[in-house]
Design a protein around this ligand. Structure first.
Ligand code: ASP
Ligand code: MG
Length: 421
């Protein structure tokens, strides 16, 4: 069985939906399970809705209207082939509307987020599934939440592998062997039946979970770029395709922020030796990148640029050293608030870390730091440049006009934290 994943960019409009159907028609005799994300930038729009609803900003109705119009436009552009979807999409939008019309007295932002944001995937998969039916492509729409079981760490849920694998192999496999399956990425559910999500861009990971549990022959992530590149082509003119990549190199690149693949995707595939193909949905004849354990060693440096980043320097108010027990406390606070540290550095009296600039977590953390007797200094609007597999190359050019605030070298990797001078 093959697992395909189509991201938001591949289904951003009616043309995209038709293109996905065209790609699927090439595999008509095969067993395929398809994981689809929310259409275009719908997850961002739903995030705005969550924000408006949770913080009572009064703009929820207007955002709801945009969400409705965006999907209606796609349905209208699909014309007759979307007749079946109109009902389904209407019902889902109604459900969402009822949810956000109710006054919000809930305290857990992350819980509310997951209950709302999942609608992007529920709607997109309905539209694609119904379109395929209209084009005589038999398929079965499946609610991924019935199979992907997680804990209740909302917005960053961990998979309950035993339960998920049992459900997928006993209940989903027989269906997927008979029919093309269309299902959602990114979403799951917890033990009290609430919706959970796997973290932004988590649909790649969903595809890997399905692949692992179904012992699939391969996973293909269909993207708007030609495969995994050694740098983001929008930022670096010299970017080139990496035709073959080992699981380990791929994990490292994703972990440091190369945005092609969700970092968690590779581990399950590596565990069952399932190759991953990253290919272009615009040029489906091209081979793209193959990630497997048979790849030749990586023969070029890879550049990963992330911004905006923030650097936080912590020290103790009473001038005591920052040693194991303080570090343990700091890491507990960061983990509880789901802050990921890109890179870290410590000395006797300070601990520095760099992370994505994310204001919503900060107000809470500042209080926690204060209570723990920690003094903090924050620098914002920074860039993190990681050079993987090529520590000597081209960095002078890339850092020109910028100040290096932190630098870290290892045998394979160079990290630079940069600010504009
Ligand atoms: N729709 C979700 C997001 O945009 C998940 C995904 O696309 O992978 O983050
Ligand atoms: Mg998406």
């Amino acid at each position: 069985m093959k697992i395909f994943k189509f991201g938001g960019a591949s289904v951003k409009d009616a043309e995209g939906v038709r293109n996905v159907a065209g790609i699927l028609s090439r595999y008509s005799g095969e067993q395929v399970l398809v994981v689809i994300s929310a259409m275009g930038k719908m997850t961002n729009m739903l995030e705005d809705l969550v924000h408006a609803y949770f913080h009572h900003t009064g703009s929820a109705i207007a955002i709801m209207k945009q969400i409705r119009e965006f999907h209606y436009q796609i349905l209208s552009d699909l014309g007759e082939d979307s007749i079946q979807s109109i009902n389904d999409v209407d019902n889902l939008l109604l459900e969402l509307e009822c949810l956000v019309e109710n006054p919000n007295n809930l305290e857990d932002f992350d819980f509310v987020y997951d209950q709302i944001v999942c609608f992007g995937e529920l709607i997109s998969t309905r539209i694609v599934s119904n379109y395929l039916l209209a084009k005589q492509t038999r398929n079965q729409w499946i609610d991924a939440r019935n199979f992907i079981l997680t804990d209740n760490r909302y917005r960053d849920s961990k998979i309950d592998w035993a339960k998920t694998e049992h459900l997928i192999s006993s209940r989903l496999k027989p269906l997927a062997e008979k029919n093309l399956v269309i299902t959602q990425g990114f979403i799951g559910r917890d033990s009290v039946n609430a919706t959970t999500t796997l973290g932004r861009e988590g649909s790649d990971y969903s595809a890997a979970i399905f692949a692992y549990c179904l012992h699939a022959e391969s996973v293909t992530i269909w993207k708007d770029v030609s495969g995994v590149m050694n740098a983001d082509p929008r930022k670096f003119a010299f970017a080139q395709l990496i035709p073959e990549l080992s699981y380990n190199d791929c994990i490292e690149l994703a972990y440091y922020g190369a945005s092609v693949i969700h970092p968690k995707t590779i581990q399950p595939l590596k565990a069952r030796n399932i190759p991953l193909y990253v290919r272009s949905f615009i040029h489906p004849d091209e081979m793209g990148t193959t990630v497997s354990n048979q790849a030749k060693p990586l023969n070029m440096p890879c550049y990963i640029h992330k911004s905006p980043q923030m650097m936080v320097e912590l020290s103790t108010r009473d001038f005591t050293f920052i040693v194991e027990d303080t570090l343990r406390e700091i890491f507990a606070m960061l983990a509880e608030n789901k802050v990921r540290c890109g890179i870290m550095q410590n000395s006797a009296i300070s601990f520095k870390f760099v992370s994505d600039q994310n204001e919503s977590r900060w107000s809470k953390l500042k209080v926690l730091f204060d209570n723990a007797g920690l003094v903090y200094e924050i620098k914002e609007h920074l860039e993190l440049l990681t050079v993987y597999n090529g520590v000597q190359t081209k960095t002078d050019e890339l850092t020109a006009g910028k100040k290096i605030l932190m630098q870290q070298n290892s045998a394979t990797t160079l990290h630079l934290v940069l600010s504009h001078q």
